[in-house]
Design a protein around this ligand. Structure first.
Ligand SMILES: Cc1cc2nc3c(=O)[nH]c(=O)nc-3n(C[C@H](O)[C@H](O)[C@H](O)COP(=O)(O)OP(=O)(O)OC[C@H]3O[C@@H](n4cnc5c(N)ncnc54)[C@H](O)[C@@H]3O)c2cc1C
Ligand code: SF4
Length: 338
């Protein structure tokens, strides 16, 4: 391992000032960043440990939403009674990810900022525009079984690997940031980027900006929701395709509102208003869910090894919508898909 400095931020102001320097990276739980150091994918001059900053709590908001501190662990978030009761979709998505040990160390801010799992990104001998701008993309025409089918570019076909982020997209969460120029709030929809011609930029964070919290608006998907994750193994594996759904039904069983987001298929959690418009006002049938899936997947293109994701995603969307409509969310403990 190469030498690097270690700094510990005593205050948020100190963190954003020091973090704006080139080659300085924030260290939270370290479950992704330390691996990237070992592989020499990241080679910072210094790590800036933010673990003592005051973002360790989950707080009530005046509008009956919840504020999730950036340094609250994924486990503490998933098992918080308020999250379990009011935002069960979020709890379920977090518990679908990684392992119990990892979730005990991984933080909410780190989860949003974790890097792609494209195998070439981790192989410093391979061409990768995300790791080394201008070097090419070995995944295009290469081993791309786990990679994107939506929103890709000629420069990169990577996916964003988070499960939590997919649920946050359905919940219309907002990300609170603190940077050298002050505070700002970014909707989840605008936090992550598509790769375009600058695939090295995963998100819209500015230099030195720190995620301080994630705000959840007042809850309304307590009954009809699901997080369905399709993966190679039943645990400890990233999504090939995942689907987060939140629905509200009226007394006659019509869909009043539906939100659907996909993971494992794009450089950001994928949501398409046209698909949700297809569902609004309809009875929850397989045909209607299939029509919504077609809208959600409009423009999807296989890259070779991952062509199977086109059919897999369509079936997963239909199944997830059926689970949500029936009020029988996917279990993250026995993991059998019913
Ligand atoms: C074997 C394995 C399996 C996994 N499986 C899954 C899975 O199935 N689903 C899933 O969603 N995840 C999975 N993960 C990823 C895991 O969830 C992430 O590694 C974790 O959430 C990152 O959080 P962290 O606090 O450890 O971040 P770190 O590793 O400390 O940091 C990650 C990145 O975020 C930046 N960062 C951290 N905090 C902040 C902040 N507050 N503001 C700005 N930038 C920040 C860091 O600078 C770094 O670039 C897996 C990880 C491993 C190792
Ligand atoms: S898909 Fe993106 S991350 Fe993977 S090799 Fe290509 S440029 Fe790199």
């Amino acid at each position: 391992m190469r030498n690097f400095g270690y700094l510990r931020a005593a205050s948020a102001a100190e963190a954003v000032q020091a973090g704006a320097a080139p080659q300085v990276q924030f260290l939270a739980g370290g479950t992704n960043l330390v691996d990237l150091l070992k592989y020499r994918v990241e080679q910072p001059a210094a790590l800036l440990d933010i673990n003592r900053l005051p973002y360790q709590h989950i707080e009530e908001l005046p509008d009956q939403g919840l504020r999730l501190g950036a340094l609250v662990t994924n486990a503490a978030t998933a098992y918080d009674a308020r999250v379990q009761t009011r935002y069960p979709l979020l709890s379920s998505a977090i518990l679908a990810g990684a392992s119990a040990q990892l979730r005990n160390a991984a933080t909410n801010g780190g989860n949003l900022n974790q890097r792609t799992r494209c195998p070439y990104f981790y192989d410093v001998a391979a061409a990768c525009n995300k790791r080394q701008p201008g070097s090419g993309c070995a995944a295009i025409g290469g081993h791309n079984r786990g990679l994107a089918i939506l929103g890709t570019s000629e420069s990169c076909i990577a996916t964003f690997p988070s499960d939590m982020g997919v649920a946050l997209r359905v919940l219309d969460a907002e990300v609170r940031l603190l940077g050298p120029a002050g505070e700002r709030v970014v909707p989840m929809a605008e936090y992550h980027r598509l790769p375009g011609a600058e695939p090295w930029r995963d998100n819209n964070l500015l230099p030195g900006e720190l995620v301080t919290a994630i705000d959840l608006p007042p809850a309304h998907f307590g009954q009809h929701y699901t997080y369905l994750k399709i993966r190679d193994r039943l645990s400890y594996a990233f999504a090939l395709v995942s689907v987060a759904v939140g629905m509200r039904l009226d007394k006659a069983g019509h869909i009043q509102e539906a939100r659907v987001a996909l993971g494992g298929v794009a450089h950001k959690p994928w949501r398409e208003p046209r698909a949700e418009a297809v569902l609004a006002g309809q009875l929850p049938t397989a045909e209607v869910f299939g029509a919504a899936a077609d809208e959600l997947l409009a423009g999807a293109v296989g890259q070779g090894e991952n062509n199977f994701k086109l059919a897999l995603a369509r079936r997963a969307i239909v199944r997830a919508c059926q689970q949500a409509a029936a009020g029988t969310p996917q279990s993250q403990s026995d993991k059998h898909i019913r």
